[in-house]
Every structure is written in C-alpha cells, then in structure tokens.
Write a protein that binds this ligand. Structure first.
Ligand SMILES: Nc1nc2c(ncn2[C@@H]2O[C@H](COP(=O)(O)OP(=O)(O)OP(=O)(O)O)[C@@H](O)[C@H]2O)c(=O)[nH]1
Length: 431
C-alpha cells in the first residue's frame, strides 16, 4: 500500500539528511582548521568543552580580517548582510564579529563600524533599517552562540532543491496541488531554524518535520466514529454515495461486518433502484453475512426503501441501517435529486462518500464535487491495497474538510481498516 509514495518520501528524507550532515562535517573541519591556524593551543581545549568564547573570538578576528574585502565588494548592492543571515553555516560567513559583541558586550560590532565607514548603511538609514539591523544582529548573535556550543541551524539554503524534488514526488503521486503546497510549507516551517548538533547525524529531524506536515493534512476533520455510533440514538442511518464500480456495495457489507465486531446489529437496504442487478448484488452480501435485506423493485423510489429499513430496524431493535444508493455522477441531476430527497425525508445520521484510492486525482475531484452537491460526513477509500500512489489518501480530507474514516484493503469482509492518520503517516515514513 502506497509503496511508490513511501519510497519517494524516504528518498527526500535521506537526501536532505545526507546533504545537511555533509555540510556540517565540512563546516566543522574548516572551522577547526582556521582556529588551529590562529591558535594551535586553544583549539583542543575548546573542542574538549571548555568555554568556547576564546576560540570563537580568535577565529572571529581571523575571519573578520579575511572577510573584509568581500564585504566591501558586497556593500555596494547591500547584499552582504542578507548573505550572512541566510547562510550562517558557511564557515567563511560565520558571524564571528557578533560573537565578539556577544562575548564582550560591545554595542557596536567591528563589522557594523566597517559598514558605517564604507557608507553601505546610508541607504538603510531610518527606523526600518535600524529594526532590520537589530534583528540581523540578534539572529547572528544567536547563531554564533549555537556555533560556539557545537550546534548550528538548518536554513532555507539547506533545503533548496530538495523541496522542489519533494513537490514533484507528491504531484507524481497524485497528491492534490494545494495539499502538496501545504505539505511543502509545513516541512519548510518545521525544518528551518531546527537546531542540530554539528558532527552528529541530522537523524530524525527531517522525518519528524515531514511526519508533522503530512499528519496535519491527513488528519483534517477526524472524529471518533465509534463514539458517534455509541452515543447516537438508534437506529443510526448511514447512507453511501459515490460513482459506479468503486466498491460501494462491498464496503457496505464490510462495514456491517465491522459493526458486528463492535457488537452492533445492522440491516442492509438497497436504495440503488436504478441499476439492474443491484438487488442481487447486495442480497448476496446480506445472505453471506446473515443480515436482513430490504429492497423494492427496480425503478422504485430509493427513499421508500430506506424508510422501510428504518421502520424494520425500529421494530426489531436493530442498531444501524446501511443504505446503498445508485452510483451516480454529481452531474446527474435525477440521481442527485434522489439523494436530496433521502436527505430531506430520512435525515441520515451520516452520509459516507465511497471512492477508490487507485482513482487518484479523479477520486479527489469527485470527493470535492460530491461534498459540494450533497454534504458528506466522511469517506471510505477502497482498493488502497492496489494503490502505490497514496495521493487520494493524503488529499481527500484536506480538500473536503471531512475525514477518511476507513480504507478498503482487499475483497474480503475483513478487509476494512479504520483510517488512523498516525498509523498512515508512520507507514509512509517507515524506514
Ligand atoms: N482490491 C480491492 N477490491 C475491492 C475493494 N473494495 C471493493 N473491491 C472490488 O471492487 C469491485 C467493485 O465493487 P462493488 O462493491 O461492486 O462496487 P460498487 O461501487 O458497488 O459498484 P456498482 O454497484 O456497480 O456501482 C468488486 O470486484 C469488489 O470485490 C478493496 O478494498 N480492494
């Protein structure tokens, strides 16, 4: 299930981890080299964990001297500061001057003084510029502090390229465009600014960021189905909608079996009076499961069938009425009018939309359209066992605002799995 998507997400995680970890090793090696060149004696002490400020300050002096010509070059276009902020982890841009300021408490860093001299801040004078440079100073000081304690932060540059790859992977897996964007934003927000230890693997940071972003979109609208069944007045009426052939009838039989395991009795009603053979199909399931089956002749009013089933359930203390309806397109006015009538007359406790995971983007679009035409309470996504992509499973809840409640995972009555967002995300990110 969802193996293709799982592989793509795994590749994203390991690519980012590898890249970020490689950068960290390089940074550390270069910083050590520079510090050793300036003060061979002090380096060892600092790396042993003694107060790092001495080394950082000395390294700062060396780097400040090294950096000055570059900063002068850059001052003309004002890019020097933003470069330093965006890419704090590059060794030749380590915010050493601010570290000095941090450790000595100076108000004005040497770097700032340089800027005053070469005129660069003139274009940034005024309150905004002051605010910005204060923010920059604070940011750099923070990063310098982290550096001194052997830590550094992941920034947007570390993710550049990888997020594009992730976007392509999601879209290729039939994840809806807006949902893919939301996941990317989530991953970026969760990862940028994450502190990691230099020389230690980025480890689970990337996977955790992805896990949270995926969970946020998959878990939209979730409610406690079992509790709702337990607390509702009986009989509970559940009506099923969707297009032809996606597994609606089979899902009704599976849900009846599931409810029996939860100790609820159910009756099956065939509101699909449109298609020849629909009665036989649901009757067969009812016989297999030993359930009462309510039906009328082909062409009769589906509302009347479900009404009869409700009366039967009331008279016989049956807990749940499961009502099939004709497979329809949301564009079929007649059939949508039937659904509206069921809604108006029966007032079902739940309307569940059924579609197949393998339909990918089509299933996502249909879910949106059905929900707009006749409000749904949730989705059963069938044939997840045959779907390597996972796009529908990831997108439908976010697009409709209603949860996926069950996954169909095969053709047997047992093959109905409660949709648990955490389990799904774990499965997608399992190593
Ligand atoms: N692999 C797999 N097959 C399924 C699943 N659910 C249903 N099917 C199969 O899909 C086919 C169609 O299922 P139906 O239940 O007849 O679909 P339907 O939507 O009721 O179709 P109509 O009644 O023709 O509108 C059947 O062969 C089912 O066995 C599932 O979760 N996994």
């Amino acid at each position: 299930m969802f193996d293709g998507l799982k592989e793509k997400l795994g590749r994203f995680s390991s690519d980012v981890e590898e890249d970020v970890d490689e950068d960290a090793v390089e940074e550390d090696a270069e910083a050590t080299e520079q510090a050793a060149g300036e003060n061979p004696g002090g380096v060892e002490e600092d790396r042993d964990g003694s107060p790092a400020s001495g080394t950082v300050e000395q390294a700062a002096d060396a780097e400040t001297a090294e950096r000055e010509p570059t900063r002068e070059d850059a001052a003309g276009d004002g890019s020097a500061d933003s470069e330093r902020v965006d890419r704090p982890s590059e060794p030749d841009r380590e915010p050493t001057a601010d570290t000095k300021s941090e450790t000595t408490g100076d108000e004005e860093t040497p770097a700032q003084a340089d800027e005053d001299d070469d005129g660069a801040p003139a274009s940034q004078s005024g309150e905004d510029a002051d605010d910005t440079s204060e923010d920059v100073d604070r940011g750099l000081a923070e990063k310098a502090k982290l550096f001194a304690t052997g830590k550094t932060v992941i920034d947007e540059d570390d993710l550049e390229g990888h997020l594009d790859d992730l976007e392509i992977a999601l879209l290729q897996s039939d994840v809806e465009m807006d949902v893919a964007q939301e996941i990317l934003e989530g991953v970026k927000a969760n990862l940028t600014g994450e502190t990691r230890r230099r020389l230690e693997s980025t480890g689970n940071i990337v996977r955790d960021a992805l896990r949270e972003a995926l969970y946020d979109v998959i878990s939209v609208g979730q409610f406690d189905f079992e509790r709702r069944i337990a607390e509702a007045e009986k009989p509970i009426v559940i009506v099923f909608t969707g297009v032809n052939g996606v597994g609606k009838t089979t899902s009704i039989a599976k849900l009846s079996h599931y409810l029996e395991q939860e100790e609820y009795s159910s009756v099956l009603a065939n509101g699909d009076t449109y298609r020849a053979g629909a009665n036989e199909q649901l009757r067969e399931h009812a016989e297999n499961l030993d359930r009462t089956f309510i039906s009328h002749e082909q062409g009769s009013d589906p509302t009347a069938v479900i009404y009869d089933a409700v009366e039967y359930a009331e008279a016989n203390d049956v807990d749940v009425v499961l009502g099939d309806t004709a497979g329809r397109l949301h564009t079929s006015d007649d059939l949508m009018a039937q659904l509206e009538k069921i809604d108006r007359v029966i007032e079902p406790d739940m309307t569940l939309f059924v579609d197949e995971a393998v339909a990918g983007q089509d299933a996502v679009n249909r879910a949106r359209e059905f929900d707009a035409a006749a409000e749904i309470d949730g989705t059963i996504l069938t044939k997840a066992d045959a779907d390597p992509q996972g796009g529908a499973a990831i997108s439908i809840a976010h697009v409709t605002g209603k949860p996926i409640l069950f996954l169909g995972t095969g053709q047997d009555y047992d093959d109905l799995e409660r949709f648990n967002p955490e389990t799904i995300v774990d499965r997608l990110l399992d190593e």
